[in-house]
Design a protein around this ligand. Structure first.
Ligand SMILES: [Zn+2]
Length: 440
């Protein structure tokens, strides 16, 4: 993990937020390459869950919502963690993160190993929502929250979506957006942060069809990660135990990735039954029902929710892409991103940077390609070094312009994974690359 994080910093995937001020704990910025990678993750998700399906539509809701939403959703009362302070070292822990002892009242502090008696240090509830106030006057009426999940925006728009899209059950709504949780114990780089981005689907089904769609979405989402490069052996499905389930959920399964710090959740798929629509009906007074024209009656759909983390998926794709290979006694570091995810598809490199003619041809090629393909131009080092730099960030192809190119109008295209080189006509280069980049 340290190697990957150091590469991320060195090559501009991930920076610490506000670094020149000493950084803000557990908050990260995506650098030029990280921003490309994350965009690709989001675009691929949007393509697979919306563009390629007839039963899905997209949505983009505000981060700020009416405070009543969070009462209806249960977040105001229920979204809390019990916290305990260690009297010895002053560390603050979630009760379930303390080390257990045979006596349920006695726990051990993970920092200083001293005993904590829960009858003396009584756990206090701490709400995980981030509070903010709207407008110039800070009073009880101005308090609202930064959304702790994007899902509620979908639920409260259920009637708008029915009215405007005329969708028939089953159908789903998908959304990508930022969410905020005041996590007590963030960590593991971008894996657990207080500000994060979600890609969530709320899939509305007839009540009797929930099991079938729950299973189908688990399979669909599991395969998505594999299709775009995660090795199957690093991915698993973990159904929640009964005592792990949220009170409203009928069933929930996590898709977990084998990170260097252990198996951890990338995405959860939950069968939420009709909890959410029922709650909003009660709190808003608006009937949240669907008219089933076949059976000529109103029903309240049940909801299957595949909820993934953009930052977690991005990190997993990064970790899984990382490879070290021995090439002629040297270690080659290469990020083997799938062609869809690779931040840069091709790098255009002149063999000699002090030959204006070569540089001119290389720049012309880059300018022509960049209209259709994400490419970069680089002449800041010798060719061997340029190749290593591009391998390290996962660039799929290196296009080299050499002296020969001036005579035969051909360039050398080097494949990232095989390192094989091929001479390609400059006039046919774009078509050649677009063909290689096409999804199967
Ligand atoms: Zn302690």
């Amino acid at each position: 993990m340290d190697k990957i994080l150091s590469l991320c910093k060195r090559r501009g995937f991930i920076f610490q937020s506000s670094e020149i001020y000493g950084g803000l704990a557990n908050t990260w910025d995506y650098g030029p390459l990280g921003a490309e990678l994350k965009r690709n993750v989001k675009n691929l998700w949007w393509k697979s869950v919306i563009q390629e399906r007839m039963d899905m539509v997209g949505l983009d809701c505000a981060i700020l919502m009416h405070p009543q939403v969070w009462k209806a959703s249960g977040h105001v009362d229920g979204f809390t963690d019990p916290l305990v302070d260690c009297k010895e070292c002053k560390s603050r822990y979630r009760t379930d993160h303390l080390t257990a002892t045979p006596d349920p009242n006695i726990k051990i502090c993970p920092s200083c190993n001293s005993k904590i008696d829960l009858r003396v240090s009584v756990p206090r509830l701490f709400n995980l929502m981030m509070k903010t106030s709207l407008g110039p006057v800070e009073d009880a009426g101005s308090i609202t929250y930064l959304r702790p999940e994007t899902a509620q925006g979908i639920f409260v728009n259920f009637l708008n979506i029915l009215d405007t899209t005329r969708k028939k059950l089953p159908f789903g709504v998908a959304q990508i957006g930022k969410a905020f949780r005041n996590e007590i114990t963030p960590g593991n780089s971008t894996f657990r942060t207080r500000e994060f981005e979600q890609m969530e689907i709320e899939y509305f089904v007839k009540p009797e069809e929930d099991e079938r769609w729950y299973k189908s979405w688990i399979e669909e989402r599991f395969n998505w990660y594999i299709n775009y490069g995660i090795k199957k052996e690093n991915l698993r499905i973990r159904p929640h135990e009964k005592d792990e389930l949220a009170h409203y959920a009928k069933a929930c399964s996590d898709i977990e990735y084998n990170f260097p710090f252990g198996w951890s959740e990338l995405e959860g798929i939950a069968n939420r039954a009709d909890f959410d629509l029922k709650q909003h009906e009660q709190f808003s007074g608006k009937e949240m029902l669907y008219f089933d024209s076949q059976e000529n009656k109103k029903i309240r759909p049940h909801i299957i929710e595949p909820s993934g983390g953009v930052d977690r998926a991005t990190l997993a794709f990064l970790v899984d892409a990382y490879h070290e290979e021995k090439v002629k006694e040297e270690t080659r570091v290469v990020l083997k991103f799938s062609k869809e995810l690779a931040p840069i598809k091709a790098a255009i490199l002149p063999l000699l940077k002090n030959r204006p003619q070569l540089v001119g041809v290389a720049k012309d090629i880059a300018e022509d390609l960049m209209k259709d393909i994400r490419v970069v131009y680089d002449d800041t080092a010798a060719i061997g070094k340029l190749y290593r730099r591009q391998d390290e960030v996962g660039t799929l192809y290196c296009v080299t312009v050499d002296v020969q190119s001036l005579e035969d109008s051909k360039v050398t295209v080097r494949d990232r994974d095989t390192m094989l080189q091929e001479r390609v006509e400059i006039s046919g280069l774009k078509e050649y690359l677009l063909d290689k980049l096409k999804s199967e």
